[in-house]
Design a protein around this ligand. Structure first.
Ligand code: HEM
Length: 461
């Protein structure tokens, strides 16, 4: 099952003729497979993999794209070959241009990417939360008290987007952007839809509301830079955050981090973490409320957790909070926010007998295994008793992508999600509306759709 990447000359039986590569069936005239992909990308790739194997062609609005899917594609992304033969530049560079930036972590490859990633790793890791658990709880409680009223229905995605925005602002830059949540959401949404996924037309990057929101995001970044200079003049009072890393790096190596790139760096946690966290915990809330056994187990764990005087990352481990942690893993498996990645072939290579040409855009369907019986028996079941070994099978579990661009914030995101959900289940007695059927949206980020509501029956604490 290993990915095969070899020089074409050494393999005379390599398929170079694209008419010999299977095409996904079920498309519509003109639209091709666009609707199937838009409806449920995870299912689309799973079905296509079962029908065609690890390499197939998709037709999106009349244009054929190659897809590399299944465990083979996950392994390829995580391998040394994958590092050489895949790049991200063209996929994400439009987002950096929205900030007028030269480089951005997600849109740069090779040595510069490696250096930037190493420099920013501490600010994006769970260590950024260390010593600040009470403050993150306070930020979370403020939102619970304000938006999750007893006796009311709460729009889950909206409420979690606000909460994640406040938490990320606090964690990354010691700045809670109260009053600007909607601008941040719109700026991030339009950038991703127009510049990364590229399914919204160009004019959506020029609407007055987007331009206003993007200006607000820039303004937040500029104010953080100004605050850095004030803090520097005052001997750096207060806590060290991402802006300190960015400014110091700029001062030490303006080639690697030019002045034009600083704003983009300091607001990047919103671009990378807002919808990803909000949608994942939105799906998790649904799954737990739909599973009485999980809810009961979590209530016991969180009551014990918050009976302690102080809380730190050692209290949120899989060992200490097994049910909550399993619920998070199962959510990441069943509802990945990035069921596939787009990449560009960095060189000619052969994958599973098919030649891929340098410069070609490919879809990497690496979460297909999340739904495969061979990896996760009874795969569509939200099962908090799954042996943990199942997630560890090579290529099986890929919620954070693989390879050089693997999510840099994953340890921080997991602590943020564990703490947020622990606090929510501790504070509130919630239930799903009678007969509710979970409905998903795909864009800009897959997750529950905006109509998903839960009922807050009352406070537990
Ligand atoms: C449930 C939460 C999250 C999930 C599932 C997730 C998933 C991902 C995925 C799939 C990618 C790779 C994109 C690609 O390969 O093209 C990525 C990249 C990234 N994520 Fe996350 N993410 C989450 C939360 C966060 C948070 C909270 C932050 C920061 C505070 C963050 C920071 C980043 C960064 C900086 C990258 C770019 C890494 C690089 O290109 O080297 N993520 N994330």
């Amino acid at each position: 099952m290993n990915a095969v990447i070899e020089a074409v000359e050494s393999k005379p039986d390599v398929i170079t003729d694209r008419s010999k590569v299977p095409s996904v069936t079920g498309g519509l005239p003109l639209l091709g497979n666009a609707m199937q992909l838009a409806r449920d990308p995870g299912k689309f790739f799973y079905d296509a993999y079962r029908e065609n194997g690890p390499v197939f062609q998709t037709n999106i609005m009349g244009k054929k794209w190659l897809a590399l899917a299944g465990p083979e594609s996950a392994k390829l992304m995580g391998s040394a070959e994958g590092k050489t033969c895949l790049r991200s530049k063209e996929v994400w560079e439009g987002v950096s241009k929205e900030f007028g930036a030269k480089y951005s972590l997600v849109a740069v490859d090779g040595d510069i990417h490696k250096r930037l990633r190493k420099a920013f790793q501490p600010s994006f890791a769970k260590g950024a939360m260390r010593g600040h658990y009470p403050a993150v709880i306070a930020v979370t409680d403020d939102e619970i008290d304000e938006r999750w009223e007893s006796g009311k229905e709460v729009s889950v995605v909206w409420a979690f987007q606000r909460m994640a925005t406040h938490q990320l602002g606090f964690l990354s830059n010691d700045h809670v952007p109260s009053g600007y949540e909607e601008d941040i959401r719109i700026a991030v949404r339009n950038m991703i839809m127009v510049r990364a996924i590229k399914i919204w037309p160009e004019f959506m990057a020029h609407t007055p509301s987007y331009k206003r929101s993007r200006a607000v995001l820039h303004d937040i970044g500029q104010k953080l830079i100004d605050r850095y200079h004030e803090r520097k003049a005052n001997g750096f009072e207060g806590r060290r955050t991402l802006i300190d890393d960015a400014m110091e790096m700029h001062e030490a190596d303006p080639e690697l981090l030019p002045a034009s790139d600083i704003i983009q760096v300091v607001v990047s946690p919103y671009v990378a973490g807002l919808d990803t966290v909000a949608n994942t915990i939105g799906s998790m809330l649904y799954e737990v409320l739909a599973c009485p056994e999980a809810l009961e187990g979590i209530h016991k764990e969180v009551d014990a957790l918050f009976a302690k005087d102080e809380i730190g990352e050692e209290d949120l481990t899989p060992k200490e909070m097994p049910t909550l942690h399993r619920a998070m893993l199962e959510t990441l498996r069943l509802h990945p926010i990035a069921p596939l990645a787009m990449r560009v072939a960095n060189t000619d290579f052969v994958y599973e007998g098919v030649q891929v040409k340098e410069g070609e855009l490919v879809y990497m369907g690496y979460t297909v295994c999340h739904y495969m019986e061979e990896f996760f028996p009874n795969p569509m079941k939200f099962d908090i008793h799954r042996p943990v070994e199942q997630y560890k099978i090579p290529g099986a579990f890929t919620p954070y992508s693989r390879g050089p661009h693997t999510c840099l914030g994953k340890t921080l995101a997991e602590m943020q999600m564990m703490l947020t959900m622990a606090r929510l289940f501790y504070k509130l007695d919630m239930s799903l509306p009678e007969g509710y059927v979970f409905k998903k949206q795909t864009f800009p980020t897959p997750g529950p759709n905006k109509h998903f509501k839960v009922i807050v029956n009352g406070r537990r604490h």
